[in-house]
Ligand binder design. Structure first.
Ligand code: ADP
Ligand code: MG
Length: 286
């Protein structure tokens, strides 16, 4: 049975980096993978394609072309790459690309023809509105994952996403598969995200450290899995891939109310400040 997941998170938080490494790791494990970028930035799949951009579904639609074979491009180890694309800047709803992509690919049976084992939607998740909510609302994805750091704005976006998931959970919407902590370089950041997951009755599926290997590989136009397969970072992404494959659990999150979230974050600031002080003084104490 095909597994369809969607990965949400604030812009710039590491969704595409994490998703592309996940896709690459899954394809190395022998799965046939399709990655669909649902972000007007159109750069979801570039590190799967040696840094080369691909035309978007919206470009193809706008050009009036009905050549459907111009939508899917081959990436690393045969990963099927799609970029939904977005509206022209300043015009129309940013979610239109997703709607167009899903209509074209799903409704025309194109995904069925390719028959991938796993479809991963990489979705800009600041706004759980219109098109961006479609993978959740229509239950297209069976599980939603979210990438976050311990930064307040990133967690704030996750909390909003949880509100969206909760809202559609009673009507066949996708549920949460788990949180992916990204750029985790301190114990307290791990603890903070773990605490957030406990308070919202969800779970953390993997912690991904901040790593210059990721940056180096990105500058070379490749994923860490391709560019540094023997690195510790690549092993983290492979572990993430195994965890996602084996994860059969889905959660209905219990999001914070706005004020409660702010209070919760404030209560964590002291811990983070304490840790910074320890670092500055070069001492560690219990
Ligand atoms: P998004 O898709 O959420 O907008 P990207 O995946 O494009 O974010 O990542 C934004 C930037 O952060 C990129 O330059 C990427 O290389 C960097 N990045 C993401 N995750 C890590 C990490 N674990 N270590 C180092 N750099 C990272
Ligand atoms: Mg992205």
């Amino acid at each position: 049975k095909r597994k369809q997941i969607a990965i949400y998170g604030k812009g710039g938080i590491g969704k595409s980096t994490t998703t592309s490494n996940l896709s690459a790791a899954l394809s190395d494990l022998g799965y046939s993978v399709m990655q669909i970028g649902c972000d007007p930035k159109n750069d979801s799949t570039t590190t799967l394609r040696k840094g080369k951009p691909i035309p978007t579904v919206m470009d193809t639609v706008r050009s009036g072309s009905n050549k459907l074979d111009n939508l899917i491009f081959e990436g690393y180890n045969g990963v099927h790459c799609v970029e939904a694309g977005g509206p022209e800047p300043g015009v129309g709803c940013a979610g239109r690309g997703i709607i167009a992509a899903i209509e074209l690919l799903d409704n025309n049976g194109i995904i069925d023809d390719i028959d991938p084992d796993i479809v991963i939607y990489d979705v800009l998740g600041d706004v759980v509105c219109g098109g961006f909510a479609i993978p959740i609302r229509q239950g297209i994805a069976e599980q939603v994952y979210t990438v976050t750091s311990s930064d307040y704005m990133a967690i704030y976006a996750v909390n909003n996403l949880f509100k969206g998931i909760l809202k559609y959970s009673g009507s066949g919407g996708a549920l949460l598969g788990g949180i992916i902590g990204n750029s985790i370089s301190k114990i307290s950041q791990k603890e903070m995200i773990t605490d957030f997951s406990e308070k919202t009755e969800t779970n953390v599926i993997e912690f991904v450290p901040r790593s210059s290997t990721v940056t180096k590989c990105e500058l070379d136009g490749v994923t860490t899995i391709e560019g540094a397969p023997n690195s510790e970072q690549a092993e983290v992404y492979r572990q993430l891939a195994r965890n996602v494959i084996n994860n059969k659990d889905s959660y209905i999150p219990k999001p914070f109310e706005a004020q409660d979230l702010a209070d919760w974050a404030a209560s964590w600031i002291n811990n983070l400040l304490k840790e910074e002080k320890i670092e500055q003084n070069g001492i560690r104490s219990g």
